[in-house]
Design a protein around this ligand. Structure first.
Ligand SMILES: NC(=O)c1ccc[n+]([C@@H]2O[C@H](COP(=O)([O-])OP(=O)(O)OC[C@H]3O[C@@H](n4cnc5c(N)ncnc54)[C@H](O)[C@@H]3O)[C@@H](O)[C@H]2O)c1
Length: 308
């Protein structure tokens, strides 16, 4: 198939592109490198099945026929929420609309990369797809959470009103090689600090939880959803919920670091609990995460060591 991956130079996008090329597809990546990195796709430049289009999807998308469009384009780190909120709001709304219009015009199937952040700081744990969420529309994370909620609303209405063939994945915390080392999320933070022998910065008291999904599991879930007939949103994530403190302990053990912990105040509206209910993914896609934390974290450590 001919496939367009928006945001394909990013962390998850570049792993998806590798997978699609390995499966024999032709892949165009559109990316403006606002958070993506040339190194993530450098190994593909000689591949004749691969084309890079350096472009902002808010401004323009290719006028080409594709069989599939994956839209992963969006900054995703809390550091970006504070620095580039307008870019985030625009890519989730206008950028996604541009790709939906292309899908409508050419008959492509389109997948929107939504997020567990549509559930906000949840009052229900684990979070099923039927939970409407608890989001502050004016808070520190609102540019991201609301852009994704708007993106989902656009997606479902293009499907209902215009007959566009859509898929929606709600991605839960994902980690692995090619994460930007300075993007401010917990895994890059802890690894870079532990490997440099610096104190781990822990927000709040570290009892807030996350469920970490290794990137190969995420890509498997995403491609399964794309090739399924499931048009409802589907949570993809690992159900192994851990406190941030536990994640810090695993990383200090792996790296052999004896560094202290530096406690900082919990940022505004930071979710206190995060665990996907993946019953829908299991029932409809026969998918569940299979990579255990110790294995995924080991691979990830090997990658972060290259930055020292
Ligand atoms: N990593 C996670 O844990 C996680 C969790 C939930 C949702 N997601 C979603 O998955 C997708 C990928 O996340 P990631 O962690 O790989 O982030 P990332 O920042 O590494 O990748 C995003 C990519 O999109 C590109 N991009 C952003 N705005 C663009 C624009 N206007 N035009 C063209 N390209 C643009 C960036 O340059 C980057 O290459 C995002 O949509 C994100 O919201 C990720």
């Amino acid at each position: 198939m001919k496939i367009l991956v928006a945001g394909g130079a990013g962390f998850i996008g570049s792993h998806l592109v590798d997978r699609l090329l390995n499966d024999g597809h032709t892949v165009d990546v559109i990316d403006n490198f606002v958070t993506g990195r040339k190194e993530n796709i450098a190994h593909l430049t000689e591949n004749s099945q691969f084309t890079l289009i350096e472009q902002d999807i808010v401004k323009e998308v290719p006028d080409k026929k594709y069989d599939r469009i994956y839209n992963l384009a969006s900054p995703a780190s809390p550091i970006d929420f504070a620095k580039i909120p307008f870019e985030i709001l625009m890519v989730g709304s206008m950028g996604h609309k541009n790709l939906l219009d292309l899908a409508e015009k050419t008959g492509a199937r389109i997948l929107f990369a939504s997020t567990s952040e549509v559930y906000g700081d949840p009052k229900v744990n684990p979070q099923p797809e039927t939970y409407f969420g608890n989001v502050n529309c004016r808070g520190a994370r609102s540019c991201y959470d609301e852009a994704k909620r708007f993106g989902e609303a656009l997606t479902v209405n293009y499907q209902k009103m215009k007959g566009v063939d859509t898929r929606t994945i709600r991605i839960f915390n994902t980690y692995g090689p090619r994460m930007a080392p300075n993007d401010g999320r917990v895994i890059p933070n802890f690894f870079m600090q532990a490997l440099k022998g610096e104190a781990l910065t822990m927000y709040g008291d570290g009892t807030q939880t996350r469920s970490l999904c290794y990137v190969s599991d995420m890509v498997e879930g995403m491609t399964r959803l794309m090739e399924s007939d499931v048009t409802e949103p589907v949570n993809i994530g690992n159900t192994d919920e851990m406190t941030i403190r536990k994640i810090g302990e695993l990383i200090t053990e792996l790296t052999g670091s004896s560094a202290d912990i530096k406690f900082l105040p919990l940022p505004e509206n930071d979710p206190k609990l995060r665990q996907p209910d993946t019953s829908r993914a299991k029932a409809l896609l026969d998918w569940q995460a299979v990579v255990p934390a110790h294995k995924g974290l080991q691979e990830t450590m090997t990658y972060f060591q290259t930055f020292l």
